[in-house]
Design a protein around this ligand. Structure first.
Ligand code: AMP
Length: 191
């Protein structure tokens, strides 16, 4: 199984690249942010809880997020592999993912990081806020808090995979196709 952790700050282009990776490698895309947003729309209990954190640009607590991710993985029938988009975002989440995949006789194959400067991220997210109506993309202060949370709590997760020799950094600025070519050549190293 090919299991990819797609990593990078909000606005780095994870969703765009994930869609292209899924198509080419026939993987299942699992975005924790998308699952939370679907729950908010359906007004579930999980949605209400997630919204209270997402509205501030903070992370949803690990326990809730891990449980949700595991149940999403379990819903997939005979998967060929996964792209985890927006997960793991903390060291406990990375530990939980490793344990969980091990129980299924598989593991993370590699982490791909999209590298983009802070000012470019803010510019992209404000634009996405206008186009998509995503609430957390419409307020510059919330955007900057999400980037801060990424740098403070999430960036350390890269060390986790880097120590295992499963870490590839990609320049996330350029055309979608150029970035995708670079993504693919890095994935090919692990197949
Ligand atoms: P995203 O769509 O990945 O940018 O996520 C949007 C928001 O959902 C984040 O700012 C967090 O509030 C929440 N979220 C998504 N994934 C996670 C995660 N793995 N751990 C905690 N919170 C998350």
């Amino acid at each position: 199984m090919l299991n990819i952790v797609l990593f990078g700050p909000p606005g780095a282009g994870k969703g765009t690249q994930a869609a292209k990776i899924v198509e080419k490698y026939n993987l299942t895309h699992l975005s924790t942010g998308d699952v939370f947003r679907a729950n908010i729309k359906e007004e579930t209990e999980l949605g209400t809880l997630a919204k209270s954190y997402m509205d501030k640009g903070e992370l949803v607590p690990d326990e809730v997020t891990i449980q949700m991710l595991e149940s999403e993985v379990d819903k997939v029938d005979s998967p060929k592999g996964f792209i985890f988009d927006g997960f793991p975002r903390t060291t406990p989440q990375a530990d939980a993912l490793e344990k969980f995949l091990k129980s299924k006789n598989t593991s993370v194959s590699l982490m791909l990081v999209l590298d983009v400067s802070v000012e470019e991220l803010v510019k992209r997210l404000l634009l996405r806020g206008i186009e998509s109506q995503r609430e957390d993309d419409q307020n510059e202060e919330i955007i900057r808090n999400r980037i801060r949370v990424y740098n403070d709590q999430t960036a350390v997760v890269a060390d986790y995979y880097s120590q295992e020799g499963k870490f590839e950094k990609i320049n996330g600025v350029g055309t979608i196709e150029d970035i995708f070519n670079s993504v693919c050549s890095n994935i090919e190293k692990y197949i």
